[in-house]
Write a protein that binds this ligand. Structure first.
Ligand code: NAD
Length: 481
């Protein structure tokens, strides 16, 4: 291993810290990815100050300059998707195809927002007073703090950084501790894009110190966070002290409803993709499978057969369909929930155990429980692993009621051939994104993304809706003559 320490990007310079962390792969804990600096609250304060100094000029910069920089970042991500996707998969544990797909998607976020730079946002309207003109404009907020989770280390960062920069804001990024390599590569690409020093800064390190310093700073204008509900709540409380604008994307407990008239092959494909891709570590994962009585047994049999075909392995192994979970803590958390489900009286029909492979990694068998009720903790709390539970429903209305009975509301899905039920579900499912005959995970990059209830707080992310968070509205009045 070489002794290079990958540092933070502050004011256009790479700086290290006294403390470093050794980043290893969850597929093989002896595989060392590199040494990464652990930042402090002081590093964060310096990054915020650099962003503040750079923000005014960047907010006034030419549209073509901003567009060119975002295009350059997007193009490099897409050109290097195989190499960076490999690093991401090695570091986070998702299978290589998913890692490559995530990096390409991150490039598309930058390209989309590059195009948005030239998309007019203001409007001119008539005044109620004769002879007066009114303009409604959107302006940059200033400095945006960005805090990201480990499960989509490049894509989530990209879908926040790209609109922040496009609308003329300076940025301080605090990536998740578990995935500094992915964050570092993204920061390196942004740094070499021609962006002025200080407009984009990145400080790695623990949430309780660096994240806390960002969220409690009176010198940022807005904070956007993706992660767990408890940390989201804490950030909200901290931010409101300074009247800082907030956007929170958090956990969920997404339901996939399977009706009697469903094509069961489609239902099984959607359940497999929704519950187990990304090793179930997706905020959009289908962890509750709500199945109508008459097809329950056949659906479960088919799903179990499909699960038995899934190959669990190291992220970079070409045969792997399900990688390891991200770390020892996540591994133990899933095993604890498996025990809890048994104690609650659920029936284990598939998986339920750790898997031993040639390398020391955090491998778990895809797991399915039946005979569960929506009141059980296993169906109310986010597990964030390769585990799904089947809940029986007597009819469509019952299935909809169970689906909506959750603290969360990010995505939901229904598998049916009935236009009547599909339309009704789209209208009355209480979630931010509704899928018909599609997995609950998997969304586009040019339309809004976000949830309801404890899953989200504040304006939507992505697409044109992103401007709601990353800009502030100004109303100008003038009397020209
Ligand atoms: P987490 O809440 O533990 O951490 C998220 C980020 O917050 C990390 O960068 C962490 O360092 C930082 N942080 C921790 N304590 C902090 C504090 N006191 N102040 C400021 N920042 C702090 O979440 P995680 O384990 O990294 O990610 C998994 C969670 O993210 C799951 O709940 C998942 O559902 C959610 N998630 C949601 C979406 C979405 O779009 N809704 C997308 C991906 C992940």
């Amino acid at each position: 291993m070489n002794d290079k320490v990958f540092g933070h990007l502050i004011n256009g310079e790479w700086v290290t810290s006294n403390e470093v962390t050794t980043n290893t792969s969850p597929s093989d804990t002896s595989d060392v990815i590199g040494q990464y600096a652990i930042g402090t609250a002081d590093d964060c304060t310096r990054a915020i100050a650099a962003a503040r100094r750079a923000a005014t000029a960047w907010g006034r910069s030419g549209l073509e300059e901003r567009k060119a920089i975002l295009d350059t970042i997007g193009a490099e991500l897409i050109a290097r998707k195989d190499e960076i996707g490999r690093l991401l998969s090695r570091e986070e544990g998702k299978p290589l195809a998913e890692g490559i797909g995530e990096v390409a998607r991150a490039g598309q976020f930058f390209q989309y927002h590059a195009a948005q730079v030239l998309s007019p946002t203001g409007e001119a309207v008539d005044s109620v007073r004769p002879g007066i003109e009114v303009e409604v404009k959107r302006e940059a907020l200033g400095v945006i703090g960005i805090i990201t989770p480990w499960n989509f280390p490049v894509a989530v960062a990209a879908w926040k950084i790209a609109p922040a920069l496009a609308y003329g804001n300076a940025v301080v990024l605090k990536p998740a501790e578990l995935v500094p390599a992915s964050a570092w590569v993204l920061a390196d690409i942004i740094d070499r894009s021609g962006i002025p020093a200080g407009v984009f800064n990145m400080v790695m390190g623990p949430g309780r110190e660096v994240g806390e310093a960002l969220a409690t700073s009176p010198d940022i204008d807005a904070i956007t966070f993706t992660g767990s509900v408890p940390i989201g709540r804490r950030i909200a409380r901290n931010a409101i002290e300074n009247m800082t604008k907030i956007q929170l994307e958090m956990g969920s407990k997404n339901a996939l409803v399977v009706l009697n008239d469903a094509d069961l092959d489609v239902a099984v494909q959607c359940a497999i993709a929704g519950a187990f891709s990304g090793t179930g570590q997706k905020c959009t994962a289908s962890s509750r499978l709500i199945v109508e009585d008459a097809v329950h047994d056949e659906f479960v049999d088919k799903l179990v057969a499909a699960m038995q075909e899934l190959v669990v392995g190291a992220a970079l192994d070409s045969a792997t369909q399900i990688g390891p979970v991200v770390d020892a803590r996540q591994y133990q958390q899933v095993l604890n929930y498996i025990e809890l489900a048994k104690q609650e009286g659920a029936t284990l029909v598939q998986g339920g155990e750790a898997i031993t492979l040639d390398t020391e990694g955090y491998f778990l068998a895809p797991t399915l429980f039946t005979n569960t009720t929506n009141e059980m903790r296993i169906n109310r709390e986010e597990v964030f692993g390769p585990l799904a539970c089947v809940i029986k429903a007597t009819d469509y209305d019952h299935a909809l009621e169970i689906s909506n009975d959750s603290e969360f509301g990010l995505t939901s899905g229904i598998i049916t051939q009935s236009l009547k039920y599909a339309s009704h579900f789209k209208q009355y499912s209480n979630s931010g994104c509704v899928m018909v005959n599609l997995p609950t995970a998997g969304t586009d990059y040019h339309v809004p993304f976000g949830g309801r209830k404890s899953s989200s707080y504040g304006p939507r992310e992505q697409g044109q809706y992103a401007q709601e968070f990353y800009t502030i509205v100004k109303t100008n009045y003038s009397k020209p003559y």
